[in-house]
Write a protein that binds this ligand. Structure first.
Ligand code: ANZ
Length: 806
């Protein structure tokens, strides 16, 4: 008997699969298509890590299953090769990012092959490849041409260690309240800089509406909605002498309860309205506010502010309200000014209490319950003149109408979502394909794409907020279309750029005329299943939806949502149940597991530990038992022979195929491994295994343990020479015989008045009527029911019958 040798098994087949493009997806195949996408990795220098294995194993099993089900499956992979991780790694090691990235890509690709992921490598793309980023630049210019990319002076997060600008969503707050960069954990500060922004807020409504049409878990939809942060309300003008200040409110119904206004310290009116007595104190306060971020200002519990000395007139009540400035009001939201209604808003309440300002209730609950202020619910208006007794929503409508009729206000919708800062002062990214033409510095597009990232020797960040590319004066000076001297934009695009559209390039990776042909886009899009990490719920997933929606609007893609379906995967924790971390020393290297136990055991283990979405600790015993499972299966092969009919095995086989089919459909790879284990044990108990059963079993095993299944399949069929069409991985998925399962019986208990009186045999899923008939005519049951009235007959399908008589 030969021994299970996973290494030999892997070496036998891996190269044959990949050298012969076994997993190649065919454009325009008449088979129905399935586009299965898993987020592409950063080749950041290290090898494949546990996170990658968690991300890719279940999608790979699923793609393999679909391929066998007869779909034309596309399961591609590429490299998100630009960006900080690769650059930081290069800086750390002193080797150029181009070199380190290429090396990392080669190593990771090799690992992905080792694990046996059925990837179509003919479509491999790398975002740092000029043939790829040429199109990233071209697509950026589409935004620019359509007014959605703009150079804007704005306060940005500045990471002073990495010397770069970061977007809001790349910032974390520590327990101590310190703001740090998500990648690298460096402290960040606010700085005003000129930046390219993409105007994603213009797509807020489309991003909201699109969520209705896609199949994402509610948690993802909600997170995106919160990120977009839509607020319906009104802008209302308050007069301050000859000036007017506009406030944004979502609760115009509370306007009779407004007792003061608060302006952001940066509000342009502050200097004009501040009285001379208050001037010093206002200036001092403004200077203090400057050093805080918007987030710090809105999140802090302790409200601060100062009085400007000015008064504003409430356009409804005509009361004069004191005007304050306070840093909890941010200039970047709404109009940078609010009417404070302390009775109905918690922040205003805190402010009013602290500074002893009046609190006036104007909303009461619909019933007569007593309320404690601040009361922030909707209700019935009171102390609001002609609007008394209206409901909040009636009042909102009427008051907005009046404001519009009398021209002191209008309906307004605001979004929390900000312009997306799209430039970085770093080297390792796509050059922004624009030039500034002298003498006035107006921007002009570079038409000759790609703008190649020059290979500079020194790519360390600069401390003056310019990109390292700015030091390369030869590259920076160029000429405009008409020959005028011009300077290149030296900022590069952020990490996110390449991943906004990579899934489109997979569809036509070698096209040098277009980013992808419309015919191919029409055939493959949208993505049927998109697997990724929870950390990408609001950034990558929103950004790429925005790009795609915009491309749809300008006719570049065939539909308006890129991903039909999305699932976020969980994490693999260290054996101690904590997040893997080098500093704790609990990092598990998947390649070491694969070396010790084989890729099939590793894959099966990752499937077995639980549902895709959950997070689990690594467990060496679990891997070992999956290795044992592989070994047990391998050893069964010597029992295989033709023509051994065994009804029990046949039933078990059909049941196993049926269960695993529905489990794979539902992505329950964890329970499918249990099914394989149960069935393997059953086969261990029989003397001979029918070759037809074995044939079907190997096909079911193939997605989970592709190497072992291939080895045994080739042996079963006595193939001597490799041919793609002989691979187990392109065989049809086995059918199961429902009839055999129907004949299977299960035994269930029959209780009469709480006591078990009989066991009867039924077939699974037998109808209740039929079960009832069997039960009521059963001799032993009749003993307890005859001549009595049956008041209840309860049948819990496939479990128990319970009869109650009087
Ligand atoms: C009066 C009022 C009464 C408000 C009330 C709320 C409750 P969301 O829902 O987040 O959009 N606000 C307006 N501009 C602001 C700014 N620049 N910085 C901080 N706060 C600002 O919040 C809208 C509400 O936040 C607005 O409605 C305003 O307070 C405040 F019972 O107006 B409200």
């Amino acid at each position: 008997m030969s021994q299970y040798n996973f290494k030999k098994t892997q070496d036998n087949w891996r190269d044959k699969w990949f050298d012969n493009n076994l997993y190649e997806a065919k454009d325009f195949s008449p088979k129905p298509k399935k586009y299965i996408l898993a987020e592409l990795p950063y080749p950041s220098g290290a090898q494949l890590h546990a996170g990658h294995i968690m991300r890719y194993t279940v999608p790979d099993v699923y793609s393999r299953y679909l391929r066998m089900k007869g779909f034309n499956v596309l399961f591609p992979m590429g490299w998100d090769a630009f960006g900080l991780p690769a650059e930081n790694y290069a800086i750390k090691t002193g080797v150029h990012p181009e070199v380190t990235t290429k090396k990392a890509i080669a190593a990771m690709k090799e690992s992905l092959k080792q694990i046996g992921y059925g990837i179509d490598w003919t479509r491999e793309v790398s975002s740092a490849d000029p043939e790829y980023y040429k199109w990233t630049q071209w697509l950026f210019l589409k935004f620019y041409e359509n007014g959605l990319a703009e150079l804007k002076e704005m306060p940005v997060w500045w990471d002073d260690v990495s010397k770069t600008v970061l977007a809001d969503e790349e910032i974390l707050t520590t327990k101590e309240g310190v703001k740090i960069s998500e990648r690298g954990g460096n402290p960040v500060i606010r700085r005003n800089l000129k930046q390219w922004v993409l105007k994603i807020p213009q797509y807020a409504e489309k991003l909201i509406a699109g969520l209705e049409t896609v199949d994402y878990p509610d948690a993802i939809k909600n997170a995106q909605m919160n990120w977009i942060g839509k607020s319906d309300g009104a802008n209302i003008d308050f007069k301050i002498d000859q000036q007017k200040v506009t406030v944004f409110t979502t609760r115009i119904d509370t306007i009779y309860g407004a007792t003061f206004l608060v302006l952001s310290p940066e509000h342009p009116l502050v200097d004009q309205i501040t009285s001379s007595e208050q001037s010093d104190i206002v200036k001092k306060y403004q200077a203090q506010a400057k050093n805080k971020s918007d987030m710090e200002r809105t999140e802090t519990k302790d409200k601060t502010g100062v009085f400007t000395g000015a008064y504003a007139e409430n356009p409804f009540s005509h009361e004069k309200l004191p005007v304050w400035i306070g840093d909890f009001v941010v200039m970047s939201y709404g109009t940078g000014a609010l009417m404070a209604v302390p009775a109905h808003d918690a922040r205003d309440f805190e402010f009013a209490t602290k500074f002893n300002l009046p609190i006036k209730q104007v909303i009461k609950p619909t019933d007569d319950t007593k309320v404690t202020l601040p009361y922030s619910e909707d209700g019935i208006l009171t102390s609001s003149d002609v609007f008394d007794n209206l409901t909040s929503s009636e009042a909102q409508q009427k008051m907005t109408e009046q404001a519009e009729n009398q021209s002191f206000g209008s309906k307004k919708t605001n979004y929390k979502m900000r312009d997306w800062i799209f430039s970085r002062q770093r080297y390792w990214g796509e050059p922004i394909p624009l030039i500034f033409v002298e003498p006035d510095g107006h921007t002009e597009e570079v038409l000759d794409l790609p703008v190649i990232l020059p290979s500079v020797p020194d790519y360390t960040p600069s401390s003056d907020a310019t990109s390292p590319l700015a030091r390369n004066t030869e590259w920076v000076s160029t000429k405009s279309k008409d020959g005028s001297p011009a300077k290149r934009e030296t900022n590069t695009m952020p990490n996110w750029a390449g991943s906004c559209w990579y899934f489109l390039r997979y569809l036509d990776p070698h096209n040098d005329k277009e980013f992808a042909s419309m015919d191919k886009l029409k055939y493959w899009m949208p993505v049927d299943r998109y697997f990724g990490g929870a950390e990408h719920t609001t950034m990558h997933l929103l950004y790429s939806r925005f790009w795609y929606q915009f491309f749809f609007d300008i006719g570049l893609v065939p539909n308006s949502e890129p991903y039909q379906w999305r699932l976020n995967g969980g994490l693999l924790l260290g054996p101690d149940g904590r997040k893997m971390s080098k500093s704790i020393g609990n990092v598990i290297d998947p390649m070491t597991i694969a070396e010790n136990y084989g890729a099939d055991a590793l894959r099966t283990f990752i499937c077995f530990i639980g549902p895709y979405t959950d997070t689990y600790p690594y467990n060496e015993n679990g891997v070992r038992s999956c290795w044992r499972l592989m070994k047990n299966i391998y050893e069964l092969k010597d029992k295989v022979t033709d023509g051994v009919e065994d009804t029990n095995v046949s039933k078990a086989y059909n049941k196993m195929v049926k269960n695993i089919t529905s489990m794979f459909e539902d992505l329950k790879m964890n329970t499918s491994v249990s099914e394989i284990m149960i069935f393997t044990n059953q086969l261990k108990d029989v003397e001979k295994i029918d070759s037809k059963v074995w044939n079907g079993f190997l096909r079911v095993l193939a997605p989970l343990a592709p190497f072992l299944a291939e080895e045994l399949w080739q042996e079963l069929n006595h193939y001597t020479e490799w041919k793609n069409e002989n691979s187990v991985h392109v065989q049809p998925w086995p059918e199961f015989d429902e009839k055999i399962l129907e004949n299977e019986t299960i035994t269930i208990a029959v209780q009469v008045n709480g006591k078990v009186r009989e066991q009867i045999e039924i077939t699974p899923n037998e109808s209740e009527d039929s079960v009832k008939q069997k039960v009521m005519l059963n001799e032993n049951v009749l003993k307890w029911t005859q001549f009595r009235e049956v008041v209840k007959f309860i049948y819990i399908p496939n479990k128990i019958v319970s009869i109650v008589t009087n």
